[in-house]
Design a protein around this ligand. Structure first.
Ligand code: ADP
Length: 550
């Protein structure tokens, strides 16, 4: 027997219309590419998104068509989020920081018909244009005053909107319809397209607004430091209208000073971003001596997207900001686990509770987890045994766009490529990416833990650990350090690490560099480092010693 309840599909347009109706005056503040600070509300977001919906249809965009964006976090990009998906087309957010060859590959692979770009990308678009096979229309996301110098034939976004009415009847269609297409940044190989649906997006957005999710609410003013071109900015552009949170969009300026100023002047209470963003933020506070404790209203802050150094989390905590981690990936919506302590943890020491917040976190409702070994055997959730993390759930991918890569198995388990432990309460601790883990004499060394320990040293600004070949141990860790001021003494640094890791984990050598390679989303690019040091001869190998592992 079927229930007698209405089958209203879960559609992205309903988020917008809800906010326009019940949070109409709540603000959306953006730093535009033209330099101004612009103030919108959910009412004006809805008006402009509806105008854009008309314009897209007039342009010939049909349901299922891919509309690509090359854009920063601004009100206009947010309008694309609602208008493109709202008419049943697919918003293909493209990471403009990728190499041009990767951009060509991605946009062609996606089969995008339209490219909408920020004026900061005029040259990039002009260069890409001859290589893009399917794009018919280019739209510059700006007004008529700033069209000079834009690639020839580009349409002006503001002119398109001005010609359209602010009312629009959003079509109603199957909630499983594709809404967004986002390619993994390729840390571990060729970019692959993850195709989100209206249903997956809404369910994920609902969970973000749970207290044990991101606790996003109408009381929040969110500084959105995760780019809209990266995994839907962790779903926050959808969760915000759902609950009526104020949104603060930093545009192209993601440096510490700009973020700090916006957080201060807009009274931001919540923020989220990758560790490198927060390193810049803290650097600004340190350099200027800004009184963050009294100037900021920031209550909660998520450091995610890659392992967060504990030293960074501690510094945020010291400013009175409750820093915690979340784990996920493009293929998981992206947020899958969030690091909130349980009531039973109240009795733990402050340090132990802080350690919990530095873990990947526990699954939100809807996300199932398990660990497997190399033979695919399911492992215990004892907090000790590492294995590959697998996930399944209604906002986990069921396969990549174009059928590439390896999707989930027949039971829906998707292999994340992350090595983790899971404790009996479901707390996930990411110890490495399968490709980054250092395999020394049949044992595993966590590059993340070693990096974390190195970054506690006062003379270490950033650290990366990669495995380099060793004749006896197969691989041994090499520590690559960007020094803070004078480079520390190598032996002293190794000595320092003994407080945090086992002796046999100690890096066999340390090299100092001016900077480390990062992906377009600010993550350490281990693949590049591994290549750069593939032939590195460790000191004990050169001298014929048995090595530091003994
Ligand atoms: P890419 O795979 O191209 O880097 P994603 O943005 O999807 O693109 O990255 C997801 C990966 O980021 C995860 O598989 C994991 O390795 C890493 N990651 C995300 N959150 C965390 C976290 N809290 N701790 C450690 N690693 C994390």
């Amino acid at each position: 027997m079927l229930g007698l309840m209405q089958e209203r599909p879960l559609l992205i347009s309903s988020l917008l219309e809800h906010a326009a109706c019940y949070h109409a005056d709540r603000e959306i503040v953006s730093r535009t590419c033209e330099g101004r600070l612009r103030r919108d509300t959910y009412r004006t977001l809805a008006h402009r998104s509806r105008q854009l919906a008309h314009a897209l249809i007039r342009m010939g965009v049909k349901p299922g068509d891919r509309v690509a964006s090359l854009a920063w976090n601004t009100h206009r990009h947010l309008e694309l989020y609602y208008a493109v998906s709202g008419i049943g087309a697919v918003l293909h957010t493209v990471n403009p920081r990728l190499f041009p060859e990767q951009l060509t590959y991605i946009i062609n692979h996606a089969g995008a018909k339209v490219v909408m770009y920020d004026i900061t990308f005029d040259k990039l678009v002009a260069d890409l244009r001859p290589t893009l096979d399917h794009v018919k229309t280019y739209v510059a996301l700006t007004d008529a005053d700033h069209m000079a110098g834009m690639p020839e034939g580009s349409l002006c976004y503001e002119d398109l909107l001005a010609a359209e009415p602010t009312e629009f009847d959003w079509p109603v269609f199957d909630e499983n319809t594709a809404s967004g297409l986002c390619y993994t940044s390729g840390t571990t190989g060729n970019p692959k397209g993850v195709l989100y649906s209206h249903r997956s997006t809404l369910l994920h957005a609902m969970m973000l607004c749970q207290v044990d999710g991101l606790a996003l609410s109408s009381r929040d003013a969110t500084l959105l430091c995760v780019p809209l071109f990266h995994v839907n900015a962790w779903g926050v552009p959808y969760g915000s209208p759902l609950c009526g949170a104020k949104l603060v969009l930093p545009g192209p300026n993601l440096d510490g000073k700009s973020l700090y100023e916006l957080a201060k002047t807009e009274g931001c209470t919540f923020s989220l971003g990758v560790p490198t963003v927060w390193m810049g933020f803290l650097d600004h506070i340190e350099k200027t001596g800004a009184d963050a404790k009294s100037e900021l209203m920031m209550q909660r802050l998520i450091v995610g997207g890659s392992a967060a150094p504990k030293s960074l989390m501690r510094k945020l905590d010291d400013l009175g900001i409750h820093a915690f981690q979340a784990w996920g990936m493009s293929e998981t919506g992206p947020v899958a686990t969030v690091a909130h302590a349980l009531p039973k943890h109240d009795a733990l020491s402050e340090e132990a509770r802080f350690d919990l917040r530095c873990m990947g976190g526990r699954p939100m409702f809807g996300v199932e987890l398990r660990l497997i070994d190399d033979e695919g055997r399911v492992l215990a959730h004892d907090g000790d045994t590492p294995g590959e993390l697998q996930v399944r759930g209604p906002w986990v991918t069921s396969g990549y766009f174009g059928g590439e890569g390896t999707g989930p198995d027949a039971e829906g388990w998707f292999s994340t490529g992350d090595i983790a432990t899971v404790d009996p309460d479901g707390f996930v601790r990411i110890t490495d990416r399968a490709k980054d883990v250092i395999k020394s004499g049949g044992e595993w060394i966590s590059s993340i833990d070693l990096e974390d320990a190195a970054m506690r040293h006062p003379q270490v600004a950033e650290a990366a650990v990669v495995g380099v070949p060793h004749p006896r141990w197969q691989e041994r860790p090499l520590l690559v350090v960007v020094p803070k001021g004078d480079a520390p003494d190598k032996a002293a640094l190794r000595d320092f690490l003994t407080d945090y890791v086992a002796r046999w984990w100690l890096p066999d050598d340390v090299v100092f560099v001016d900077e480390l390679p990062h992906t377009a989303t600010g993550k350490l690019q281990k693949m590049v480092l591994r290549k750069a040091y593939a032939e590195y001869v460790l000191p004990d190998v050169a001298t014929g010693n048995r090595g530091a592992a003994e």
